[in-house]
Design a protein around this ligand. Structure first.
Ligand SMILES: OC[C@@H]1[C@@H](O)[C@H](O)[C@@H](O)c2[nH]c(CCc3ccccc3)c[n+]21
Length: 448
């Protein structure tokens, strides 16, 4: 085999990623409680075509077959999430042993196949019972999350080396509580900023709980970060870009790695909150030392001042060549955010815990799903990741989103991110051309 022109270090963690509500189905089986995504997806108009995660990829029943597909890919690791409502159906109180048993079998199944588990404790599926008492707007939820983290770690901590507390607090807080496009479908900026704090507090409390539980594994968090550029050097555009960077990136990076909200946060959010929800000691807890940091990258923004709200607003300039999800493809943005995190925030090992491309995949006459665009996307992003690595960024892993087509939140099953195609009526999994290509990347530990 020729030496790859883009070669990664030995032991680099090539993975694949999923999330519980997007693949498991079996939403009422073996004691699972309801989550805010069960409620939201069953709310008329909330999800494209009324799609829900009731069945999804039926992974709850097909997990052995799916682990075999991961083994066929040759991945070194698999990033999955644990559904809080399977483990503690009401979010707090009694534990559901059958829920823990499922993840116990899943972890053992991974280890038997030589695949390292990377466990996300929260990938958006808050137990509905906690939403009924305020959800992330209620500070108590942070405590309940730490208790849940202890329960999961108590059962799996001896076999899971990588722990992510939260997936993308920005999405839970802002997409779910300001934009209302995600569960719980709230549109209230004050509630959204309060939720940001309580989610970060939940992270901090969970890190403390995992450490107290004797966590020998590596503990981290995943944030979706964007590269943000002003549309012009007009001072109004530059200021708008800085506000969007605050809103999407620095509101998470600063608390996590500097134990403080950004200096421009108070003024920016002053119309809706005075940050009275912050208590003494919170920020120190949130900035608890971590072992690694997960970065999800999808978007590079070009930002202009919003004429309707020139003081607080921004306007995202549409990309020249939009994808099916109306974003551009900018692999250089991945290198940019990895450089930024490493240079401005933390020396910790970094993992690209998600990047991927949505397509409307279909099989050709020969039965092959020739997702060449997705191959080109991953080729570019892997090269960008390697660029950062050669500049000294301590990148230790890369996890394409996603292992298989799945429930894509408000878009339902309308777009596909998987490197395995899922035919939902039959639940048949078929490797796309990108799966075969990615297996080659893993074998070569790099790109030709
Ligand atoms: O949208 C593709 C994936 C989701 O399927 C993952 O569950 C989630 O972790 C994830 N995050 C992002 C970037 C932030 C975002 C999420 C949803 C909608 C718009 C932006 C993209 N994705």
């Amino acid at each position: 085999m020729p030496e790859p022109s883009v070669r990664f270090p030995d032991g680099f963690l090539w993975g694949a990623a999923t999330a519980a509500y997007q693949i498991e189905g079996a939403v009422a089986e073996d004691g699972r409680g309801s989550s805010i995504w069960d409620t939201f997806s069953h709310t008329p108009g909330a999800v494209l075509r009324g799609d829900t995660g009731d069945i999804a990829c039926d992974h709850y029943h097909r997990w052995r077959e799916d682990l075999d597909l991961l083994r066929d890919l040759g991945v070194g690791a698999y990033r999955f999430s644990v559904a809080w409502p399977r483990v503690i159906p009401a979010g707090t109180g009694p534990v559901n042993p059958a829920g823990l048993d499922f993840y116990d079998r899943l972890v053992d199944g991974l280890l038997e196949r030589g695949i390292t588990p990377m466990l996300t404790l929260y990938h958006w599926d808050l137990p509905q019972a906690l939403q009924d008492t305020g959800g992330w707007a209620n500070r108590d939820t942070a405590e309940h999350f730490a208790d849940y983290a202890s329960v999961v770690h108590g059962r799996l901590g001896d076999r899971v080396p990588y722990w992510l507390t939260l997936n993308e607090p920005y999405c839970s807080a802002v997409v779910g509580h300001l934009e209302g496009r995600h569960a719980p479908g709230v549109r209230d900026e004050r509630v959204a900023v309060t939720a940001v704090h309580h989610l970060l507090l939940a992270h901090g409390k969970a890190v403390a709980a995992l450490r107290a539980g004797g966590a020998t594994g590596q503990v981290g968090i995943t944030c979706n970060l964007t590269s943000v550029h002003p549309a012009s050097d007009d001072p109004a555009d530059v200021a708008a870009a800085r506000r969007l960077d605050l809103h999407e990136n620095r509101m998470y990076l600063d608390p996590l790695f500097r134990a403080a909200y950004p200096e421009d946060a108070a003024a920016h959010y002053a119309p809706v909150t005075d940050f009275g929800f912050v208590r003494d000691g919170d920020l120190q807890l949130i900035a608890a030392p971590l072992d690694f940091f997960g970065v999800n990258y999808y978007e590079r923004h070009h930002v202009a001042a919003d004429p309707a709200d020139p003081v607080r607003g921004w306007r995202r300039v549409p990309p020249e060549h939009p994808t099916v999800t109306d974003i551009g493809i900018h692999p250089e943005g991945l290198a940019e955010i990895l450089d930024r995190v490493a240079k401005e925030y933390t020396p910790l090992p970094l993992v690209v815990t998600e990047t991927g491309l949505a397509l409307h995949d279909y099989a050709g006459p020969d039965g092959e799903i020739a997702d060449d665009e997705r191959i080109a996307f991953f080729d570019g992003h892997i090269r960008a990741a390697h660029d950062a690595l050669t500049r000294g960024v301590p990148l230790i892993g890369f996890f394409p989103w996603s292992f298989m087509d799945n429930f894509e939140w408000a878009s339902g099953y309308g777009v596909r991110y998987g490197i395995y195609y899922v035919d939902y009526p039959t639940q048949r999994r078929t490797p796309k051309r990108s799966a075969r290509w990615y297996a080659g990347v893993i074998r070569a530990n790099g790109l030709e």
